[in-house]
Design a protein around this ligand. Structure first.
Ligand code: SF4
Ligand code: SF4
Length: 91
C-alpha cells in the first residue's frame, strides 16, 4: 500500500470512528458487490445498499474498506444514536 493510500485509509478510519455507521444511498447503487467483496468479515453490504438500510452489524470493524472501495460513492458514514445523546448536544 502506497503512503497516499495508507493516509486515505487512515483518514477514512478516523471518520468512521468519529461519525459512526456505514449508510448507503440506494439510488446510486448498481449492485456490483465490490463493497461486500472487500469487507474483511463478510458483511453483505450490497444487500444493505439494495434495501437502503445502514450497516448495524455489531461485528463491523469500522475499517472503512467498503466506503473507500465503492466505485459509485454510495456509502458514507453517519452519526449513530450513540453520539446524538442529549448530553452531548450543544444547542
Ligand atoms: S460497491 Fe457501491 S455500487 Fe457496488 S454494490 Fe456496493 S454500494 Fe452498490
Ligand atoms: S466498515 Fe469494514 S467491517 Fe464495516 S461493513 Fe465496511 S468493510 Fe465491513
Amino acid at each position: 500500500m502506497s503512503l497516499k493510500n495508507w493516509l486515505e485509509a487512515a483518514e477514512t478510519k478516523r471518520q468512521v470512528l468519529v461519525q459512526g455507521q456505514v449508510v448507503p444511498d440506494p439510488s446510486r447503487c448498481v449492485q456490483c458487490g465490490v463493497c461486500t467483496f472487500h469487507c474483511p468479515i463478510g458483511i453483505d453490504i450490497r444487500r444493505h445498499a439494495w434495501i437502503g438500510a445502514p450497516v448495524t452489524d455489531s461485528r463491523c470493524l469500522t475499517c472503512g474498506e467498503c466506503v473507500r472501495r465503492c466505485p459509485r460513492g454510495v456509502l458514507s458514514f453517519e452519526r449513530t444514536n450513540l453520539f446524538s445523546n442529549s448530553r452531548f448536544t450543544t444547542g
